[in-house]
Every structure is written in structure tokens, then in C-alpha cells.
Design a protein. Structure first.
Length: 376
């Protein structure tokens, strides 16, 4: 099979090698191992984005079709014809294309793929995400309207398309619209990423870990407040944050730094920046006592599988596809989103109950073992 793949994460080329973020790169290489040729239609990274392109694709059958520099979402949605029409002619000999979604260009691929079958791989929900946005400024309101309109166009395409989704929540949402639907869990794990340990939280100093995009909707403000409260209760809690912010000026990270100072937890919070999938990121998990993701909304984050594969007990919000795949007190501690006290209680439960903590570690590890790239 000759396969094409699109997603809006940019790449760059250096000395004949194509680089992209490692969490996507390991998926692309895994996909390439199953086909005779893989054509990736992806944007060219701007210099500021090079730091995120930390993974060199190694499969020899991957061919990059450059869609040009990645422009703002509204620009891509307006000028989709200029971006896509000529480039999609270059994949006419492919059997099909996987369009990872949601993405501003996703609704337009079917217009120019008359000879190539289109599949959507849906990993999130613009409509749900827009519901959590603030709409105070004119810019906020315009972004909200754009996301709603793009989701409307995308839904119309789904009605005639075979799709894949990465969570039961998305499966239940789109199964009534799609021509056909399959559940394929997105993951970064291979067998060498696993490391088992029986227990954590054995030292007086407890290390919490957050990995992922640094964004207000990830619940980090509430997490900072919870750490402050735990400190007043005599708990020696530290938080490591491994992730990135889309805005190069890091406005939210600066806001969080001010909040840490206000809460007097400056010495207990550390920003580690972007970490590569694999060795660097695995070491962060293996140094942690508890992984926490108090998001407002999610699909199903790959970081949960990463934490479980490295024997870290997990605290997560009961949002998106998470409640469909995990069970409270069986393989995770599940909490209400936007609730500082729920975060505090979740941490205290894990600290006080070693038997439960070890149960979550064992069960989480077993869950992660069936969610590797090879299996999916």
C-alpha cells in the first residue's frame, strides 16, 4: 500500500533528514513500517519551532511533501485551495490518505482527493474545546466562532467518510455521523519504554509530575493552589512540569511563575521545558511519585499511557474520553476538573494508602502494555 498522511504539526529538513516532534515522529515511523511508501503532507517549521522538532525520521520509505510555512489557522481555512490543490496532485498514486484531525484544513481534503480515499483520524474535539474558552475580547470571540464553523464543516465531511477515533467518547459522538468508524488508541509507547516498580511515594519529599502542553485548560492554576494547600498541611510536595507553550513569549508560563510567587511555592515548582519522547521523558516519569493531569477537557492523552508504562500512579480529571477507558480506584484516581480541593484530596489518598497506590501502579502498567505502537 502507498499511504499519505497529513497533520498540521510542522517539520523541518536538515542534511537530508526530516525532523518533527518526537510524539508524532514515533507514530509516523511505526506507520511507515506497515506500508510500501508513506507520503507526509506537512508544513515547514519556522525557526522558533525547531526546538520542538527533536526526532529524525529513520524509515527510508517516507517522503515529505512541503505545504509551506504554517500560517495562522484562519489563513489556512481561507486559502485552503492554494495550500492543498497542487500538493494533493502529488499523491494521486496513493491508495489512501489519513488526515489527523481536528485541523483547520481537515474539511477540505475530500475536494481534491478524487482518486485517493480519505480517512480521518480524530484525536480531539474543537467544539468541546471552544466551550471552555474565555470570550472576553473581540479576538477571543472570533476564535470561538471560527472553531464552531470549522467543526460544522468537518461534521459535514464525516458523514461521507471512514474515520478512526482515539477514545470511546469520540466513538460515541461520531458513530452516528460517519460512514464507518474504528477505535484506534494513539500512543507513543514501544516495548523499550516500560519500567516496572512496585511503589512510589516512599520518601518524605513527594514529586508530582505534569507533562504536556502548558495551557490554562490543563488545570495548572488549580494545581499550583493545591500544592500551596498541601504545603500548609505539612506535606513536602514538589511539582515538575515538562512541556511547551505554543506562544513563543510564554505568557501563561509567566503567569504561572507569578502565581507561584504569590502562593510562596517558588521553590517547589520547576519548569523543565520540552522533553523528547523516549529516554528524556521516560526519566522524568521514573523520577516522579505521582503523575497528575487536572485538565478541563481532553480526548485521551497519550501521556497517561506513558506514566503508567513507567509505574507512576495517575490522578486525572473525569473529562473527555478518560472515564471511558479508566476506572476510579482501579487504575487511577479520577477527580472533578476545575476543583482545587479535589486535587488535594486525590494526592492525600495516594499518600495515605500504600495498598491502593500499588494497585493503581500494577493495573496501570498492565493497561499500558496493550496500548503500544506495535499493537495499535
Amino acid at each position: 500500500m502507498k499511504l499519505a498522511f497529513y497533520y498540521h504539526i510542522p517539520v523541518y529538513c536538515r542534511e537530508g533528514k526530516v525532523y518533527l516532534p518526537s510524539y508524532l515522529g514515533v507514530f509516523i515511523d511505526s506507520l511507515a513500517s506497515e506500508v510500501s511508501a508513506l507520503y507526509i503532507l506537512m508544513h515547514e517549521a519556522a525557526k522558533i519551532e525547531y526546538v520542538q522538532c527533536d526526532y529524525a525520521l529513520h524509515s527510508s520509505n517516507i517522503h515529505w511533501i512541503n505545504l509551506g510555512l504554517k500560517t495562522p489557522a484562519w489563513h489556512r481555512a481561507i486559502f485552503y485551495k492554494k495550500i492543498l490543490k497542487a500538493k494533493l496532485k502529488l499523491i494521486d498514486e496513493c491508495d489512501c490518505i489519513i488526515v489527523r484531525s481536528p485541523s483547520p484544513l481537515a474539511p477540505y481534503f475530500r475536494q481534491y482527493c478524487s482518486n485517493v480515499k480519505v480517512f480521518f483520524l480524530i484525536v480531539g474535539d474543537y467544539l468541546e474545546g471552544s466551550g471552555h474558552m474565555t470570550r472576553k475580547t473581540f479576538r477571543d470571540k472570533m476564535i470561538y466562532l471560527f472553531l464552531k464553523y470549522n467543526d460544522f464543516l468537518f461534521r459535514r465531511q464525516i458523514k461521507r467518510t471512514d474515520i478512526m477515533v482515539n477514545s470511546p467518547a469520540l466513538y460515541n459522538k461520531y458513530r452516528v455521523f460517519a460512514k464507518s468508524i474504528n477505535l484506534i488508541k494513539t500512543t507513543t509507547l514501544s516495548q523499550h519504554d516500560f519500567s516496572f516498580r512496585k511503589d512510589t511515594c516512599r520518601d518524605s519529599r513527594i514529586k508530582l509530575l505534569f507533562t504536556g502542553r502548558i495551557d490554562p485548560a490543563k488545570g495548572l492554576s488549580e494545581l499550583f493552589e493545591a500544592i500551596s494547600i498541601l504545603g500548609t498541611m505539612g506535606k513536602n510536595i514538589e511539582l515538575d512540569i515538562a512541556g511547551w507553550e505554543l506562544d513563543k513569549t510564554k505568557p501563561f508560563e509567566r503567569q504561572l511563575t507569578k502565581l507561584a510567587s504569590k502562593l510562596d511555592i517558588d521553590d517547589r515548582v520547576r519548569f523543565h521545558g520540552f522533553k523528547s519522547v523516549g529516554g528524556d521523558l521516560n526519566q522524568m516519569y521514573r523520577n516522579a511519585d505521582i503523575y497528575i493531569l487536572p485538565s478541563y477537557h481532553e480526548g485521551f492523552p497519550r501521556t497517561i499511557w506513558e506514566a503508567m508504562a513507567n509505574s507512576v500512579p495517575v490522578i486525572v480529571s473525569n473529562v473527555g474520553g478518560i472515564p471511558d477507558q479508566l476506572t476510579h480506584l482501579i487504575d487511577c484516581i479520577m477527580i472533578k476538573s476545575k476543583d482545587v480541593n479535589a486535587i488535594v484530596d486525590g494526592v492525600l489518598i495516594l499518600l495515605d494508602d500504600s495498598a491502593l497506590r500499588q494497585l493503581l501502579i500494577r493495573n496501570g502498567y498492565e493497561r499500558a502494555k496493550v496500548n503500544t505502537l506495535e499493537i495499535q
